[in-house]
Design a protein around this ligand. Structure first.
Ligand code: C5P
Length: 244
């Protein structure tokens, strides 16, 4: 992989549960380092998934390049190495944007909807990124009234999230995978709102279309085994689709 000329990791700016962010000599760019650390249930379950960082970096790079090609503005600049990605520096909007196509996970627990129920239309949910509070649900009024995003930014986020959903459903379905739900994060820089963070089996629920086999982080959450192998299979399948 060719390094962006002159770009080197400097001091660490931030460490999250699965990634570290490093300053570079260019204030408009940062390097994201993908770790193998895995957490679930708001950090209560902790372990490592061997090779996960490499897979998530590679897969996110492929997906962000695909989305950029379809007109979605993202923070992605370049994959620098197995575990490093160069991205545009943004101020992260402190929200998790969740898009659901099929009921699973917290939706089944909170609303009593049967897992696997196909939703009549996609649902966009918002939660506040705040571990101490367990990432609580918030609505559009909270977001604007508490100034986590402006109304204009929120409209953009919602329409981008739905566009990304359509594009990802199409991509994953070509890879024989059904996109159940996923989480996005957005950031702001001088050019406006950009898709940030990552898109990977850590942040999406993906079921094999033919069999319903779980191919995502639920394998870790529910101790289903062969977690790395399934992450690698998702990468292989998506790589094949994007190579043609
Ligand atoms: O847990 P829940 O069912 O609300 O998750 C919905 C989707 O968002 C899942 O694909 C999950 O992996 C993702 N998610 C995430 N990070 C979180 C919470 C949810 O990537 N902190």
């Amino acid at each position: 992989m060719v390094k962006d000329k002159g770009i080197e990791k400097k001091e660490m700016l931030y460490e999250g549960k699965a990634k570290q962010v490093y300053v570079t000599e260019d204030a408009s760019k940062v390097i994201v380092y993908f770790k193998d650390d895995a957490t679930a249930f708001n950090g209560k379950k902790k372990s490592q998934i061997e090779g996960k960082g490499k897979v998530n970096n590679h897969l996110s790079s492929l997906i962000y390049t695909y989305l950029e090609g379809k007109g979605v503005k993202t923070h992605f600049i370049q994959r620098l190495s197995d575990r490093e990605m160069l991205v545009k520096a943004v101020t992260i909007i402190p929200l998790e944007i969740i898009v659901r196509n099929v009921a699973a996970g917290s939706m089944t627990r909170q609303l009593g909807v049967k897992e696997g129920t196909v939703l009549k239309k996609p649902i966009v949910e918002y939660s506040l990124k705040k571990d101490e509070l367990g990432d609580p649900f918030v609505n559009e009024d909270h977001i604007i009234a508490l100034e986590w995003a402006t109304e204009e930014e929120l409209n953009k986020i919602r329409s981008e999230a739905l566009t990304i959903n359509k594009l990802l459903i199409e991509l994953f379905s070509k890879a024989g995978l059904k996109l159940i739900d996923f989480k996005l994060e957005f950031g702001v820089n001088k050019d406006g709102v950009l898709l940030a963070d990552e898109i990977s089996p850590d942040t999406c629920r993906l079921w094999e279309t033919r069999t319903g086999r779980v191919m995502d982080k639920d394998r870790f959450r529910k101790d289903m085994g062969q977690v790395s192998e399934h992450y690698e299979e998702v990468l292989e399948r998506v790589s094949k689709v994007l190579a043609v």
